[in-house]
Design a protein around this ligand. Sequence first.
Ligand SMILES: [Zn+2]
Length: 107
Amino acid sequence: MDTETADVIGHDVTTIVCVCGNTVSKDGLIQANSDGVPVHNGENTPVPAELAEWPADEDLYTLCPSCGRVYRDSVIEETGTAPVAFRVDVTAGPMAEAIRVHWNLST
Ligand SMILES: [Zn+2]
């Protein structure tokens, strides 16, 4: 089975062009935890119930909110390639809600 791989430039997760065509400047990409749940990046503020806490081990993933593909930041930073780590259903209740809360906080 072929692994899907996104385009990425220079080991930089912010340059990902998702397999679906989404980018940071298009629909945006979201920092997530190892379950693909968007993480809360505000310091010294309570973590909203819908979001995950910033992972203590800094093991971050990047979620494409358009298609639900998730990439592992450490793999991109080490190898300069962006294989799809796993995929989540962004239309399902809790995940859709977390994405909505994320954008509310960041805009
Ligand atoms: Zn995508």
